[in-house]
Design a protein around this ligand. Sequence first.
Ligand SMILES: Cc1ncc(COP(=O)(O)O)c(C=O)c1O
Length: 441
Amino acid sequence: MSSVIAPNASKLALLGGTKVGEVTYSKFPVFSDRAIERVVEVLRAGKAIGLGRFHSPEIEEAELTISRYHGGREVLAVGSGHAALQCALAGLEICNGDEVITTPYTWGASISCILHQNAIPVFVDVEADTGVIDPAQIEAAITPRTKAILAVHIFGQPANLQKLRAIADKHGLALIEDGSQAHGAEIGGVKVGNVGDAAGFSCMGGKVLPTTEAGYLVTPSKDVFWKAAMIGQHMGRSPEKDFPNELRPWVDSLVYTHRVTPLNAVLLTEQFGVIDAWVNERRRHAELFRAKIADAKYLKLPDYAPGVKPVYHLLTMNFDAEAAGVTRDTFAAALKAEGMLAFGYVPSPIPDWKRLHWQGYEGPRVNWLQALEKAGVDYRGMALPNCRHRVANSIETRFDFIDNQEAMVSRMAEVIHKVEANIGALRDHERSAGPAAPAKR
Ligand SMILES: Cc1ncc(COP(=O)(O)O)c(C=O)c1O
């Protein structure tokens, strides 16, 4: 039998060879027929207003469904992940000058929720292999003004919640989790969201649990729940039967509008019916991928301790630029040319971002600079070596494999093997052409 080999198959596509082939994904997000029918029903019934359980059985159903998923914790459905996080801080009464120890390696909304409360982010470094906050850095950053630790389960990888909980308890701090990229991830047999004093989750369309735009807060505390509702919901949902009387004098409409619509409430309920299957399928594909690239020399998946069960919607890898002899961006460009999405998700450590530098600030006015100036924080030039190393060297890719896509996982591995096998040619190319520009998502 003769096999047909494409011309130039062994030459890198970046250098004019034939690409391995596009890595395509399952359609995502997907909504079941039932979910779509229920959304239409809600529209037909003219249920446009999202004032909470008292007013909307759809919101009640969503909050109770999510609560069951989170072991009976209190759940507030809101309009976005950012809203959930801001409500978490407000529910814990963290604001004006309070310090929140957090990660420099995340999506900006993990930090803007702190800024929007006029609280002060205090950045500490992350773990080198995964990019989650490093518990060993936290105690040195605690001051008399510290009120909370905010950990982000970045790329679906759970932060070390057991250690963080112990530090928070020892120092009387609140622990807040940002689970926006990590619905269903677990550590030590516990789901993320179930360890913190409050947790915020995003359910925008690209997340592990997608709606259109929505989010939710999880907390073990009724007090935090109602205070969170007061800051983000119309009249603090005070018509609900168990609204605490002691909060009634403070109910008004001086709120952020963080309501969820009944349409997204229906989607939340329906998506929680399928999330376990999706999480498992993503994990199965990730394990397959791990096995297929186990022999890769320059690109490795993080190692997870026993009991750490990430969930994968963005998958992160560590690139060894020194061993490869090319920059991450050139390597990623070669992967991309072969057909695989490859990029660095976090563009720079957040404390480097200009809108945090009140010293000589010339941009459009923003409301948090005054608080930062008053606190005297100077974020410029923080060392953060692990964060900087990850920013420059990690490679992320989409991982939306929610049904059988093993062939695409094999293709991704083939792309990586091909680029690694041609590393000499890639080095020569970079020497003559210079490093590639950072890849766009
Ligand atoms: C880690 C993290 N935190 C917070 C958010 C904010 O979520 P949303 O866009 O729903 O406000 C996101 C969303 O991209 C995220 O990835």
